[in-house]
Design a protein around this ligand. Structure first.
Ligand code: ARG
Length: 465
């Protein structure tokens, strides 16, 4: 390695009398992290070499030697037998240098009509594309787990909250489906970003294109892109694809954190709405009775690093003149970390949701607390007694105050007590005071009534099958 440093870099050192300072080498090198792009780098090089041969820029013999050499390098890296060198800066030059050791002079022809600028844009784009695919799949699995929960308890009642104060009864199925909707939008964002990023930068070369008669459509197709990127400057300078991925990831992480927070609250001794499985909980080293929702807490926290990555990359890209600048080497680590964090959070959440059990009786008992059917009473006064809603609201408020004073629920007030507040109230009011009646009455489209919930479940089952 020292020999490699003292000499000027063999890949670009023609005009250099000496090698870089050690500090220069340390700040310049990206191999420590961009080795993660090795598979994409080799795949891109193989497609490039095949295209160079097909267009007559390279002999078939050289192209074949390059192909063989690249495959050998891939297996060396995957077997952990590849010696990465910091002096060789990045994955692109590490691979090319090893190729020269393996096949000699032909290796030097691989970089014809190409630059590291389009090479890195290609590798990174393919890597992010794979991560978008993984997120799409991970979100599908999570949605299916939530859907199974929704189906099991489509008509179980629980308190619905606003301000984390009991508001109106809702169904468990309805609450689960709320997250299915959120994660479906997240998934659509990844699908959308993936479609937009699917243009191939290879062949943009350093920034201006190339004088060689390359076939960019051929490489684009071979690498699974819809088309080659139409502007060579944009192709090497664009990192929108990573920013879109991070933005979609940040929104998804935000949704995950909300669900995680609910699981933390719901699994507490004060709520006991759900029991998390041992598989996704931990114990305390000092308090033997504890079962902590660590996975949920960590998922709740992941948004910190994912949003950090998004803000970080926006800040790196802001104000950069066209086309490539070395600043853009700082694009990778944060995206790698964000993608890893998201994948792990999605997998952990899916496992946790699939394993958890909702405590039906606890949910139902809680649903009736906090005068949760007060709105039903007000609606009844409007519908049956013909009161204007504002007056009905006021009358109900007085009944709630009465019940609160007596320390009982609305349904426990006698008819005489109710009539002392408004004489239009009759026996049939008790029908709407039960939590089951309350949810069953909310039949508006998208409402919490079990029949509505079952219709939505059917729609999602079809969409997710
Ligand atoms: N390691 C570089 C990166 O990650 C590759 C491109 C370098 N290009 C250049 N002209 N120095 O961005």
């Amino acid at each position: 390695m020292n020999d490699k440093r003292q000499a000027a870099n063999a890949m670009w050192g023609g005009r250099f009398a000496s090698g870089p300072d050690a500090i220069m080498e340390a700040i310049n090198a990206s191999i420590g992290f961009d080795k993660r792009l090795h598979r994409q780098d080799i795949e891109g090089s193989r497609a490039h070499a095949a295209m160079l041969a097909a267009t007559g820029i390279l002999t078939d013999k050289d192209a074949e030697a390059i192909r063989e050499g690249l495959l050998t390098i891939l297996s060396e890296i995957e077997a952990g037998k590849f010696a990465f060198s910091t002096a060789l800066e990045d994955i692109h030059m590490n691979v090319e240098s090893r190729l020269r050791e393996l096949i000699g002079e032909a290796a030097g022809r691989l970089h014809t009509a190409r630059s590291r600028n389009d090479q890195v844009a290609l590798d990174f784009r393919m890597w992010v594309r794979e991560q978008a695919d993984a997120a799409i799949e991970g979100l599908g699995a999570l949605m299916r787990a939530l859907l199974a929960q929704a189906e099991a308890g489509a008509d179980w009642v629980m308190p619905g909250f606003t301000h984390l104060q009991v508001a109106q009864p809702v169904t468990w199925g309805h609450h689960m489906l709320a997250y299915v909707e959120m994660f479906a939008r997240d998934r659509a964002r990844f699908v959308d970003a993936r479609a937009r990023m699917n243009e191939c930068p290879l062949g943009a070369a350093a920034l201006a294109g190339t004088s060689f008669p390359i076939d960019r459509h051929m490489t684009a197709e071979a690498l699974g892109f819809d088309r080659p990127a139409a502007n060579s400057l944009d192709a090497v300078a664009d990192r929108d694809f990573a920013l879109e991925f991070l933005s979609a990831a940040a929104i998804c992480a935000m949704h995950l954190s909300r669900l995680a927070e609910e699981l933390v609250i719901w699994s507490s001794a004060q709520f006991r709405f759900v029991t998390l499985s041992d598989r996704f909980s931990t114990g305390s080293s000092i308090m033997p009775q504890k079962k902590n929702p660590d996975a949920a807490e960590l998922i709740r926290a992941k948004i910190g690093r994912i949003m950090g990555a998004m803000v970080g990359l926006f800040t790196v890209m802001k104000g950069l003149p066209l086309a490539y600048s070395k600043d853009m080497q700082e694009d990778k680590e944060q995206v790698f970390d964000a993608a890893d964090s998201l994948a792990l959070a999605l997998a952990a959440m899916t496992g946790m949701v699939a394993d958890m059990s909702a405590n039906r009786e606890v949910l139902e008992a809680a649903a009736a607390t906090g005068f949760s059917t007060a709105t039903d009473l007000a609606d009844w006064l409007v519908r049956v007694a013909g009161l204007p809603f504002r007056e009905a609201h006021h009358v109900t408020g007085r009944l709630v105050a009465m019940a609160e004073e007596k320390g009982c629920d609305l349904a426990d007030l006698s008819l005489a007590e109710m009539q002392s507040v408004h004489d239009a109230i009759d026996e049939s009011v008790y029908d709407v005071l039960g939590v089951h009646n309350s949810v069953a009455s909310r039949t508006s489209f998208g409402g919490t009534a079990p029949e509505q919930v079952r219709a939505q479940i059917a729609r999602w089952k079809e969409a997710l099958s």
